[in-house]
Ligand binder design. Structure first.
Ligand code: FAD
Length: 397
């Protein structure tokens, strides 16, 4: 009964299990899938996230599997001309105490899982799906479907939902704000870097901005692969977040080439280099309004369960990692009840996360702008350079 129960073993759930485990807190994590897996492609970790991961002792393992881009180069998708450049590797380390790291999601997940498995007070349960709960003044009773299809019950002092964008805990305990379909799609692929022309084998991270689309690419897996993501704004809003399983890879590649028609030839060439694209429908929620959106009584939410966002600031996992760190710190505060600790966590987090959610939406408008807004954006980047591209408010905290 003394344990904290965690729902979900994605990046946020594992980060929380690790932070709590290292603080000596007995935790049980329940993941609905029969195995720990992380699909998808690359992920960017800002110094704000990496500093916390380093603090948990996994920095070296991550750096061995990831890649530290030398700089961020922002390009005009139509003309192919450079708009601005932000030095990142050493400059970030000096300014923020950690570099910007790009890594395959599966590698990040694996490093976290391995670290969690060494924590004595942490138990992991696969194949357990949260179904119901009753939150009482003295404890939380939760019911789970186990791998045999039986319902098992657990009592805990707190229940933390790290169960992603379709969070069951949120559905059961919060009068939920609606998920918002953005009409934006992320097309993702990985290319073996040694097969690419020299122009695509550099050490920089690339960001190409065009009307109603942008493209991001960076190396992962120690530099062996180039992760490419094309984000396209459409009038075709998906019904549910996640992979588009309806379209074949060839059809997806064709749709993508159509979306990139007005772009420069080098960007079109890059996209033609892969036929195995997968499309991911993007959803978010309105930015958080108060601490109550993250914690109520003995229940709390974190990561995408609490604050799903568009990936236009590359901070969804970063915010989940920050949540995990703050939750563990608040849990260790002496003289507070369970409810007060969770409230302290939500109070410490909600405004920062709301700002990141709002900025991600703003970036959607800026990145995909046309006309006067695009002209102003490009001018600011050309004249302001690194000063307008850096984000000390985000990376420095
Ligand atoms: C295209 C794209 C690019 C992105 N790029 C970046 C980036 O560069 N940097 C960055 O920081 N973020 C990025 N993100 C965001 C990031 O991927 C997410 O914010 C992050 O993975 C959320 O982690 P999570 O643990 O909160 O949720 P999830 O990863 O969704 O994990 C939730 C887990 O809970 C489990 N679960 C669900 N329901 C139940 C239940 N009832 N019972 C038990 N278990 C359950 C699921 O099986 C899953 O394992 C990107 C997102 C997208 C779509």
């Amino acid at each position: 009964m003394q344990d904290i129960l965690l729902v979900g073993g994605g990046l946020g759930g594992l980060a929380t299990a690790l932070a709590l485990g290292q603080a000596g807190v007995a935790t049980q994590l329940f993941e609905q899938s029969p195995a720990f897996t992380e699909v998808g492609a690359g992920i960017g970790l800002g110094p704000n996230a990496l500093r916390r991961l380093q603090g948990w002792g996994v920095g070296a393992a991550l750096q061995a599997k990831g890649f530290v881009p030398s700089q961020l180069e922002v390009m005009d998708a139509k003309s192919g001309q450079q708009l601005g450049c932000l030095p990142m590797a050493k400059a970030f380390e000096q300014r923020y105490g950690a570099p910007y790291l790009t890594i395959h999601r599966a590698d990040l997940h694996q490093v976290l899982l391995k670290a969690v498995q060494t924590e004595e007070k942490t138990q992991l349960h696969l194949g357990h799906r949260l179904q119901q709960l009753q939150s009482k003044t003295s404890c939380v009773n939760s019911q789970w479907q186990d791998p045999q299809g039986q319902v098992v019950e657990h009592a805990s002092q707190a229940l933390i939902g790290a169960d992603g964008i379709n969070s069951k805990l949120r559905e059961l305990a919060w009068s939920s704000s609606k998920l918002q379909a953005s009409g934006h799609w992320a097309y993702r692929t990985l290319l073996p870097r040694h097969t690419l022309p020299a122009a695509w084998r550099g050490d920089a991270m690339g960001l190409w901005l065009g009307p109603r689309l942008h493209v991001v690419h960076y190396p992962v897996r120690g530099g062996e692969w180039l992760n490419v993501v094309v984000l396209v704004e459409t009038d075709d809003a998906a019904q549910t977040p996640g992979w588009d399983s309806q379209r074949s890879a060839a059809q997806t590649a064709h749709d993508l080439q159509t979306a990139l028609r007005g772009s420069c030839s080098s960007l079109q060439d890059l996209v033609r280099m892969s036929e195995s694209w997968r499309a991911w429908a993007l959803f978010d929620r309105h930015p958080l309004q108060s601490a109550d959106d993250m914690a109520q009584g003995r229940l709390a939410l974190l990561g995408d369960a609490a604050h799903p966002m568009l990936p236009y600031l590359a901070q969804g996992a970063g915010m989940a990692i920050e949540d995990a760190d703050t939750l563990a710190q608040c849990w260790m505060q002496a003289g507070l009840s369970v409810e007060q600790r969770l409230h302290a966590y939500a109070q410490a987090r909600w405004q920062r996360v709301a700002k990141v959610q709002a900025r991600a939406r703003r970036n959607a408008r800026l990145f995909h702008a046309n006309g006067a807004l695009a002209w102003g954006r490009d001018l600011a980047m050309r004249w302001g350079g690194a000063t307008v591209m850096d984000m000390p408010w985000l990376y420095g905290r």
